[in-house]
Design a binder for this molecule. Structure first.
Ligand SMILES: Cc1cc2nc3c(=O)[nH]c(=O)nc-3n(C[C@H](O)[C@H](O)[C@H](O)COP(=O)(O)OP(=O)(O)OC[C@H]3O[C@@H](n4cnc5c(N)ncnc54)[C@H](O)[C@@H]3O)c2cc1C
Length: 391
């Protein structure tokens, strides 16, 4: 197995590293003005995102008019590696960039790409993802938010939940039922709904991290009139968009878990023999994930698609992060409740997601084992589609 990159990829890395050395935001400004939700992007972070866009470094795989340089998958990988090495994100509206703009570039009209995707990518506006509902999470196809075409508008009624950052977002990519008579996968469509449309109510609610951690939202739609031109993809073709949307998220998702593991390797200081044993497990999981991920990356670079295999990476990565964070929390005991500077290196660029107390690092790890398909759903996929076991 070759575990190094060819010279052209390393040249690409060096070019990006030079860009970062020159343009990384001022940590003093970043430390004072931190993002407080996944769609609230302070001015310095908007400027930072726009700067990357304008230099073709935001999402290198995109064409230049959408903030990239038509780079291949290996270049995209080293790009993310360089960002994570510095513990900075390219965007503080991750779902806007990684799911919503990406979906619009795949499924949107030219007008939607310019009017919505480009503005999200340039951090002029932010976006949130309205998929899950109180009765539709793992079983997304069971969603019940209804949209009825009335002339040149859809009229939307229903409710979403867990909509990260909705209260700070300008627009919601919303999955709605447009044909209640069709089999459930076939009656779904996708609408872009500006959050200032009359009838949209966003109600943020706190997470387990604390009363001030407001990112989750309930979103209610009451007779919300949405222009028909805001339909993304074909009418009743929303299931294809859903798979595409999450696909965008999935390809290099394992790398974010590998980053968390690497951070844990650096931050978790074992003291006792037992803790050192647990630390060894963490270090091995980190290496195993990187090796398996590298093999998946090589397959992708050769043009081979193996989507079910990505479930193995997501499951291993998210559960390894959770197990290691739990061990670190045990090791710290009640001191694990104490906030940042005491327990982890201060990172001015981070929105505190991964450098808070050990308790918070542990509870936040559940985002990894739930969002984007729970561990149980990943195990079902692995059992049926990787191992070929009967249902
Ligand atoms: C941090 C975070 C951010 C999120 N952000 C967003 C967002 O921005 N937009 C959005 O739309 N959603 C978002 N979600 C919601 C997320 O997509 C759902 O939580 C997820 O799909 C699971 O759905 P659920 O919560 O309804 O759980 P359920 O689907 O009700 O599952 C409950 C339990 O049953 C298990 N289960 C369900 N079905 C099966 C099965 N077939 N076999 C075995 N076990 C099963 C699950 O694994 C789980 O343990 C977010 C979630 C988290 C944690």
């Amino acid at each position: 197995m070759q575990l190094s990159f060819d010279a052209d990829i390393e040249e690409f890395r060096a070019e990006f590293a030079a860009f970062l050395d020159e343009y990384l935001p001022d940590p003093a400004v970043a430390a004072k003005d931190r993002p407080i939700s996944s769609a609230e992007v302070p001015p310095w972070a908007r400027e930072w995102q726009r700067l990357q866009f304008d230099h073709g470094w935001l999402l290198p795989g995109n064409p230049p008019e959408f903030g990239g340089r038509n780079a291949g998958i290996l270049q995209q990988y080293v790009h993310l590696e360089e960002l994570s090495r510095r513990r900075i994100y390219h965007s503080f509206n991750p779902q806007g960039l990684g799911i919503i703009a990406a979906s619009l570039l795949s499924f949107g009209t030219d007008e939607q790409k310019t009017r919505w995707a480009r503005r999200i990518l340039r951090a002029e506006i932010t976006a949130a993802l309205g998929m899950s509902e109180p009765g539709a999470g793992s079983d997304l196809a069971g969603l019940r938010t209804r949209a009825v075409l009335d002339g040149d508008h859809f009229v939307v009624n229903g409710q979403k939940v867990w909509t990260s950052g909705a209260h700070d977002a300008d627009v919601l990519l919303t999955f709605v039922r447009t044909d209640p008579e069709a089999p459930k996968h076939k009656g779904i469509s996708v609408l872009l709904i500006p959050t200032d449309t009359p009838g949209v109510t966003r109600r943020p609610f706190a997470s387990i991290c604390g009363p001030h951690d407001l990112d989750f939202n309930e979103v209610f739609f009451e007779d919300v009139r949405v222009p028909a031109e805001n339909l993304v993809g074909p009418l009743n073709g929303g299931w294809g968009v859903a798979n595409g949307s999450l696909g965008h998220e999935r390809t290099l998702l394992w790398l974010s878990f590998a980053d968390r593991l690497q951070e844990l390797v650096e931050d978790f200081r074992p003291h006792t023999v037992l803790e050192r044993d647990r630390y060894a497990t963490l270090a091995m999981d980190n290496q195993a994930l990187r090796l398996l991920g590298s093999a998946a990356l090589a397959r992708e670079a050769r043009g081979e698609q193996d989507v079910p295999a990505l479930s193995v990476l997501k499951l291993l990565g998210s559960e390894a992060v959770q197990a290691a964070a739990e061990q670190a929390l045990y090791s710290w005991g009640s001191d694990g409740l104490i906030h940042p500077a005491m327990t982890a290196p201060f990172n001015p660029f981070n929105n505190d997601n991964f450098v808070p107390s050990w308790f918070e690092r542990y509870v936040r790890s559940f985002a990894g084992t739930i969002a984007g398909g729970t561990s149980e759903i990943q195990r079902n996929i692995i059992a049926e589609r990787v191992l070929g076991l009967p249902r």
